[in-house]
Design a protein around this ligand. Structure first.
Ligand code: GLN
Ligand code: ZN
Length: 754
């Protein structure tokens, strides 16, 4: 049985890639250093895969920033604005596309979430009159590199139809006009790869989403060409993050030699697939969860393999991870502080490679003791009382509709809030965090390590808050924030203070580029032993006469950005978190805080990929948000924030959340998303971000004025807020101050016209 994973995390066991990238960007290291890091990581990851017993290693999953961006470069689809600067390294242009160029005033390419994960990719731009031509031989070079080290290489490409579907087109452009040219490039790559490999993996996760008929019809003709180009090399069509359902025949019509299924999230498709699978097609069974950190239930997987074997025979089966392991941390061996009872239940990327290999061996009758040990683990899990808390279960069961609803409807609340807030038209604010300087990080680190005393730490954070308040007052912002300097991460911070969570030391997962997150792990019932933010927020409010906005992370975001136990429905886990944050809202109110923001940055990314599954998710997700804020007084202004821009499909639900103010990301899409707010007559207040915080570029005042004018075409001035796209923690102070200064003056300028 062939065994493989769909991709390996590229960031490195100790985030070597992050460090190498950031020092290159800062100019403190040279391109040679970066390339050396690249080579070392690629080889190390191939070694991991082979050492754990996999029969093939994946090549082409490494990227300096993002695999979609690599594909854009492969196709030579460089947007015009990046072609103007000359005499430079190809690599620097690549980074400019990813990050923008402050000096040359060139905005970055848009970034958005990869399906329902927290990984971000760079959105391909389909512009008028593009010439598409093969512009990279990286994949071929990597494959040759792997072969030279005697690895059995399985190159991977993002499939052309997924690539095109995930792009955005400029007005007047039909992306599909470029299909033939794009397919030609793929053909040339495949033809070159063919002599070197047995299998070539082509990822088409788009097949696990609702597809327009027009796109579905393209698969057969496109893949006919790809197959021809690949000659003797076999194509493995990789689908993941869900079930193929009505796209199954489309997938089969590609005629690919192998079909990979995600059998973790798409178990429901198995019978249907087995009924229709052509007699010669190989099935790659994605049994080891690439989206979670829990150990595989080997007994259950073994049963699936047995079912497959009896239907199609063991020689037509590969064992695999469900999707790329990009979404899990690298190596559990790095964790030294996890409680043994919990650590024993976990598997990271390296361990998951091993699980894949072990499963194939188990299917052949080996590893009997391992299997029994695993059985034991899963039976203990069912009986463990340490993770079940009766009072939490009872409180969750008693939640009713009245707990989800504010006392009065928005118009009444608005009057009460306006009465005490007395804000000007177009009030200015920020989304919460300010730059997390190296000093802040190192002080927080020493505190958590125990080398800095509580009192010294508190006074440091207080001084950070004082200076944040001073800066905001000097800038003339209207609603102030404390700056989140005490928070390492918006989810981890809360998880650390809640029962039922535990933390990895080194469990980093790439979010975008060099940015990594270390998701908390929810292993047990969730409860809040004590207030979590009240001290810092009250302190902040004590420093200023302006209103301070308390800053909380919402339950859906905490859930979606954590690794969640898989022995309880997600909706139930979320409700437990909502109740805990609800208590925090009540305590902030009691402390006199009249504006509270509950961030739901990740509400949309938790959406199931299929329309038919979405409704159920949105119902419980929105209800959990409402449960969190439903107890707030009418005069308390509830804000929420969401980090993305595609709202059309969920607008009715956003309205149902009934936040008094919602801030969203809008600058990069030029306020385009506001059309959804207009179309649905969004009734409450909105702060469409006018400043792109993902790049260090300082937006000019005129640019901001223009964006505000665009927003005013859709939203009346009494319901419009002025703010950046998101929090500023990844920025530096100088650019932050310059940008916010422009933001405030832009708002002032427009106010004069109203
Ligand atoms: N309040 C958070 C911050 O400013 C929000 C971040 C987010 O939505 N991703 O950092
Ligand atoms: Zn955000």
């Amino acid at each position: 049985m062939e065994t493989h994973v769909l991709g390996f995390p590229r960031i490195g066991t100790n985030r070597e890639l992050k460090k190498a990238l950031e020092s290159y960007w800062k100019g403190t290291s040279k391109k040679e250093d970066l390339f050396a890091c690249e080579n070392a990581l690629k080889e190390r990851h191939w070694w991991f895969q082979r050492d754990q017993g996999l029969s093939m290693v994946t090549v082409g999953d490494f990227s300096f920033y993002d695999q979609m961006l690599d594909t854009t470069c492969l196709l030579g689809m460089i947007p015009q604005r990046f072609q103007t600067v000359t005499d430079e390294l190809e690599l620097d242009r690549y980074f400019r596309m990813a990050r923008g160029d402050a000096a040359a005033n060139i905005p970055a390419m848009e970034m958005t979430k990869w399906f329902d994960s927290n990984y971000h990719y760079l959105v391909p731009e389909f512009t008028p009159g593009m010439t598409i031509r093969r512009s990279s031989d990286k994949l071929v070079r990597d494959t040759v590199h792997a072969l030279s080290r005697e690895f059995r290489a399985k190159p991977v490409l993002i499939g052309p139809l997924t690539y095109i579907s995930l792009g955005m087109e400029y007005s007047g452009v039909d992306r599909w006009q470029y299909l033939d040219a794009i397919v030609d490039v793929y053909c040339s790559v495949l033809a070159e790869l063919a002599p070197y490999c047995i299998w070539i993996q082509i990822d088409e996760p788009i097949l696990c989403t609702d597809l327009p008929q027009q796109v579905r019809e393209l698969f057969a003709p496109v893949y006919r060409k790809l197959k021809q180009a690949a000659g003797n090399a076999k194509l493995l069509l990789a689908t993941y993050f869900g079930s193929l359902d009505e796209n199954l025949t489309t997938a089969l019509e590609t005629g690919c030699d192998g079909l990979h299924l995600d059998l973790v999230r798409g178990r429901r498709q198995l019978d249907q697939v087995l009924d229709l699978l052509p007699a010669t097609t190989i099935l790659s069974a994605g049994l080891v969860d690439g989206r979670n950190i829990w150990k595989n239930n080997l007994r259950q997987s073994k049963e699936v393999i047995e079912q497959l074997t009896s239907r199609i025979g063991s020689d037509r089966i590969m064992v695999a991870s469900s999707c790329s392991l990009l979404h899990v941390p690298v190596d559990l061996l790095q964790e030294r502080r996890l409680a043994p009872g919990i650590k024993d239940r976990m598997a990271f990327a390296v361990q998951k490679c091993r699980e894949v290999a072990v499963l194939a061996a188990i299917a052949e009758g080996e590893h009997e003791p391992l299997l029994r040990e695993n059985d034991q683990l899963f039976s203990e899990q069912c009986n463990d009382t340490g993770i079940l808390r009766r009072e939490v279960r009872e409180r969750a069961a008693a939640v009713n509709e009245s707990m989800l609803t504010r006392t009065s409807p928005y118009p009444v609340r608005k009057q009460r809030q306006d009465a005490w807030l007395q804000l000007p038209l177009l009030p200015t604010t920020t989304i919460g965090s300010f730059p997390q300087t190296t000093t802040i990080r190192s002080i927080r680190n020493s505190y958590h390590k125990g080398t800095l005393a509580e009192a010294a730490y508190r006074s440091f954070i207080q001084s950070e808050i004082r200076s944040a308040v001073e800066q905001q007052e000097r800038l003339g912002l209207d609603v102030l924030v404390h700056g989140e300097s005490e928070r390492n991460d918006m989810v981890e911070y809360f998880g650390q203070q809640l029962d039922g969570f535990c933390f990895m030391e080194n469990g980093w997962v790439q979010s975008y580029g060099s940015r990594c997150v270390k998701p908390p792990v929810i292993y047990g019932d969730v409860a809040r032993p004590a207030p979590m933010t009240v001290d810092w927020i009250s302190y902040t409010q004590s420093l200023t006469a302006k209103p301070v906005k308390g800053m909380l992370t919402g339950p859906v975001t905490i859930l979606n950005w954590s690794f969640v136990r898989n022995d309880l429905p997600r909706a139930e886990v979320c409700k437990q978190i909502a109740l805990a944050i609800r208590d925090e809202v009540a305590d902030l109110e009691k402390a006199g805080i009249g504006i509270i923001q509950v961030d739901e940055a990740a509400l949309r990314e938790g959406m199931p990929l299929r329309q038919k599954d979405a409704e159920r998710y949105l119902r419980w997700a929105v209800d959990c948000f409402r449960l969190t804020v439903g107890g707030a007084a009418d005069s308390t202004q509830i804000h929420t924030h969401m980090c993305y821009s595609k709202f059309n499909a969920i607008m009715p639900w956003i309205i149902e959340m009934d936040a008094d103010v919602i801030s969203i990301e809008a600058s990069r899409s030029k306020m385009e998303l506001l059309s959804a707010f207009r179309q649905y007559h969004y009734p409450n207040e909105i702060g469409p971000g006018i400043y792109d915080i993902h790049s260090p570029r300082v937006p000019e005042e005129e640019e901001l004025v223009a964006l505000i004018r665009l927003a005013l075409q859709v939203i009346p001035p009494e319901r419009l807020w002025i703010n950046p796209d998101c929090g500023l923690k990844t920025r530096q102070w100088p650019e932050t101050l310059a940008s916010l200064r422009n933001l405030v003056t832009a708002a002032h300028q427009i106010r004069l016209e109203l």
